[in-house]
Design a protein around this ligand. Sequence first.
Ligand code: F3S
Length: 430
Amino acid sequence: MVRLTDSEKAMLDGAEGAAKQKAMALLVRYANALGAERFVDTNNIAGVPGSSSLFLKNYYKDHNGGDYNAIFSLYDLDSDEIVEVPKVSAYSCHLQGGMDPDNWMKMGQTQAAFDHFREDEAAVADHGVQILKTCTPYLAGNVPVKGEHCAWMESSAVVFCNSVIGGRTNTEGRESTSSAMLTGKIPDWGFHRDEFRYGTHLVEVEVPIETVQDWGMLGYFVGDVVQENIPVITGVTGQPNLVRHKHFGAAAASSGGVELYHVVGITPEAATREIAFGPRRPVATIKYGLAERRKTYESLNAIGSNESVDFVMLGCPHYSIEQLWEVSRLLDGKKLNSGVQLWIFTSRSVKSVADTNGYTKIITDAGGLLLTDTCSAISQAVPKGTKVVALDSAKQTHYLPAFMGIEAWFGTTKDCVDAALTGRWRGALA
Ligand code: F3S
C-alpha cells in the first residue's frame, strides 16, 4: 500500500476541494496497482487534460452538454460525479492535438470540429496549461533537467526525456497526467527509481551510424528486438545530435516499447558500459551489422511497391527548426510535382521561427504546407485520394500505412523531397 504524507492525506480527504480529492484517489489506486510505496513530487507534466474531440464531446453530451468539467471528471478523473476543475497546481503542458489551427479544412475537418477544437483549447489554457501542442515539448520550451521527476505521455517524448535528458518519467496516460496536474504527485515507481533505469540488453553496433535515417533504422531494429526493455548501445562513433536521438527513440518506441535507452559514452546515465548496466548483467547481446541494417530497411519498405508517390509527409516526431531549414534548402525556388502533396508537421513555436526565417514561405511557394499541432497518423488525415506516401520517419512508417490502408516508402529527407518534386520514389539504401 502506498504511504501518504500528511498533505497528501489531507488532499485525499478533500481539504483542497473535490477535484483534487478525486485526482488523489485515482493516483492512490494507480500507485497501489503498481506496487509503489510513495509518491514523488512532480512539477513537469505533459498530457492532454480535459481535451476532447467532437466525438467525445457528443459521447458525453448527456452530462452537462459534454463541457470541460464533465469530460475532465468522467474521463480524466474517472469520477461519476461531475466536479468543478480548478487551475492546475503543477507546471503542465498540452501535447499534440487533432488538427492544424489554420489549415484544418485542408486536413478534412469540419467547421463544427474546428469550433470545438477552439473552445476546448481555450478551456485548457484557462486552466493554466501551456498550449505547446506538440509531441516534442522539449523543442517548444519544456526541457526538464537531469533527474527531474516528470509525468509525460507520448512515447517519443518519454523516451527522449528519459534517455537524452536524463529526466525521469514513465509512459503515463491521460488519467494519471491530468491527476498529476492537479496534485503535483506521481507514484514513485518505474523510471523514477534508479534500480529501474539500468540496461537490460547489450546492442553491439558494427556499422557506421551517421545519418538521421541510420539512427531511425537502428532504433526500429533495437525496439523490435528488445521490446519494452532497456538497450545499451555500444560501437557508435561520433556524436548523434538532437534530431538523430529524436528519430532513434521514436522508432524504438514504435517497433517495441522502449522508454529508456543508453548509448555508451553519449547519453547521461551511460558514461561507461558498467555504469549503464549498474548491478545488472545483460540478458542478451545483439549485433547490428550490415545484414541487420539491410533487413531493417527492407522491412520498413515492405509495403512500398508502386513507385508513383502522391503524398510526402515529414515531421514525425515534429520537425525541429534545423530540419525545416534543411527542407527549405532542398525546396528553395522549386515546385512540387503536380500530382504530389507535401505536408510537414511541427510545433507552433518552431513554426514561428520558420515563419520569421522565411522557411514557411519557401515551403508554401513550392506548393507544400507547414502544419502544426498534429500529424497524419494522429489525425488520421491524408490528402484525399492518397495511395502512396513517402516518409523519413520510421515511426510514421510503422503507423500511417496501417491506419490509412496506403503504401509507404521510407527513406532520407532528401529522398522524400525528391519524391515530392518528381512524383517518383527513387530512394535506395546508401
Ligand atoms: Fe508526433 Fe505524430 Fe509522430 S504526433 S511522434 S508526429 S506520430
